[in-house]
Design a protein around this ligand. Sequence first.
Ligand code: KG4
Ligand code: ZN
Length: 352
Amino acid sequence: MHKEAMRTPLHLFPGPVLGIETSCDDTAAAIVSDGRVLSSVVSSQMEHRPFQGVVPELASRAHVRLLGPVVAEALEKAGVTWSDIRAVASTHAPGLLGSLLVGLTYAKAAAASRGLPFIGVNHLEAHLLSVLIEHPEIKPPLIALLASGGHSEIVESREWHAYTILGSTRDDAAGEAFDKVAILLGLGFPGGPEIDRAAKNGSANAFAFPRAWLEPESLDFSFSGLKTAVRNTVRNQGGVASLDHPVRNDIAASFQEAVVDVLASKTLRAAERSGVSTVLLAGGVAANSSLRSRLESGCREHGWTFAVPPLRYCGDNGAMVAFAGALRLARGERSPWTLPAIPTLLESRFGT
Ligand code: KG4
Ligand code: ZN
């Protein structure tokens, strides 16, 4: 038995599980065995860069082209063959329909042809549970901030696999706001890492950007007003072409500060209100250095536990899917071959 498996109190499906993730623009596969990640391969599609956003049809086509080789590489890096695999897990919701279908259909076919158990995984649950890969000691009750390119949710979990959404975005997701503001600043796509980098050389107090706190009790988010404020600021500076580096860095830092301020404050408020002392951060935006340190210090002040995945498991990856699948399979859950791909979070009944 592996060292990690011995220290985990989690009940995981035994043996190698193949996890497949194709919900957006990352084609990913991983092998997780007894809680240990044997391999994790992510092919981030480059065809979207000229469009500064994900083009759904291009994403589906790229998944079709990339998935076979990505799975083969995951098997090779893990040092296993198909005959070692004990189960197959795949994201089935939420995400781009055509993209989800590629991974889901591949996973079903692979499992069916080899007589293996198959489990469909919710992408947001996979992000949340990815924290446990390196922190198996974490237990509910907890509050999690799930922030990605498609979602910004504050979630409460009082027992594993049961979640209540306490707050959501009313317009742009946090990652989407980063991506759009990066375009306004003439930075590359995806914008989150670019803004994170630029912000390190700028002043977070240079521009007083608005924070949408919404109604006094609300744990919802709104980032569209902030985006407009950045657009107006860039225009007042003479447009993106005339932004010099220091000003661009200051705008990036001030924008990031406004997003992090609201995300972190509302997450800490949710924990306080729910009376829980464990806070998790996951999803692509969990890679943000300022958000990580703000939540970490906020939790430290309260004496709470804070946990976040390492950077390699923040963005979309197959390890989180295999891991979440292994937890659900260990409970005896299996998905039917008729399991559909579901684009929206609401219809996919997150966590139920
Ligand atoms: O979870 P993810 O890989 O894909 C979705 O499920 O959407 O999240 C991608 C998002 C993108 O919007 C990207 O800009 C953002 O995560 N992101 C970041 C950082 N790294 C990635 N946002 C802020 N700071 C970062 N360092
Ligand atoms: Zn994601």
